[in-house]
Write a protein that binds this ligand. Structure first.
Ligand SMILES: Nc1nc2c(ncn2[C@@H]2O[C@H](COP(=O)(O)OP(=O)(O)OP(=O)(O)O)[C@@H](O)[C@H]2O)c(=O)[nH]1
Ligand SMILES: [Mg+2]
Length: 200
């Protein structure tokens, strides 16, 4: 009887857990996006002052529970000396969010080089990829129509994984719901190749 009750309890409370990497150059808006996502998807969480977020040194962890699953976010620092740490997380990730500062034309090619290096990595083969054309609240920034062809240029590297580019603003919240919901569907579709961890 005990086993029946605990089994039933575990069945009710267990959740699929997915690890989501947030990558991109420093200043792209990764931590701001994560904080806004946490605020939107966590009941009762008021969130911190977005303007008080400072550059990430190492790893910033975040979690949201929604739609019967858990997302564990690994928001990595984007500064040059921290980029070499990214690939340590690849084989345990179920999805990648790559954040671009759409207003930083000067560093667009630097971001693209980093992006290409990341998608070439064999430990990310097949892992769903969400590209955020972020900071869309800034007038005169590059739009998705300009950014998408640049980043999705090497179709063979992106391969058959799910991939989407969308406009976002971590500051205003534009595109954040769409981003998280798309990723939820994408990691579920890919769960045969990368099964979630089961949390009880
Ligand atoms: N206008 C605008 N500014 C943003 C947006 N998102 C972030 N910022 C600003 O951009 C700067 C960097 O934001 P962060 O979220 O710390 O960037 P990050 O990618 O986490 O940077 P690292 O941790 O250094 O890798 C901050 O001044 C933010 O307020 C956005 O959507 N629009
Ligand atoms: Mg950060």
């Amino acid at each position: 009887m005990y086993h029946l009750v605990t089994g039933f309890y575990q069945m009710l409370t267990k959740r699929d857990e997915y690890n989501i990497l947030i990558l991109g150059l420093d200043d792209a808006g990764k931590s701001t996006f994560l904080e806004t996502a946490k605020t939107k998807f966590t009941k009762g969480y008021k969130g911190m002052n977005l303007k008080s977020i400072t550059s990430t040194v190492g790893l910033n962890i975040g979690q949201i529970d929604f739609s019967g699953l858990t997302f564990n976010f690994w928001d990595l620092g984007g500064q040059k000396e921290l980029q070499s740490l990214w690939d340590k997380y690849y084989d345990e990730s179920h999805g990648v969010i790559y954040v671009i500062d759409s207003n930083d034309r000067e560093r667009m090619s630097e971001s693209k080089e980093l992006f290409d290096k990341m998608i070439k990595n064999e430990f990310l083969t097949g892992v769903p990829l969400l590209i955020l054309a972020n900071k869309q609240d800034i007038i005169d920034c590059m739009g998705v129509r300009e950014i998408k062809p640049v980043f999705q240029q090497h179709g063979h590297l992106i391969g058959r994984r799910d991939c989407l580019t969308i406009p976002t603003s971590g500051l205003t919240g534009e595109g954040v719901d769409e981003a998280i919901n798309w990723l939820k569907d994408a990691v579920k579709r890919n769960s045969i190749l990368r099964p979630p961890k089961i949390k009880s």
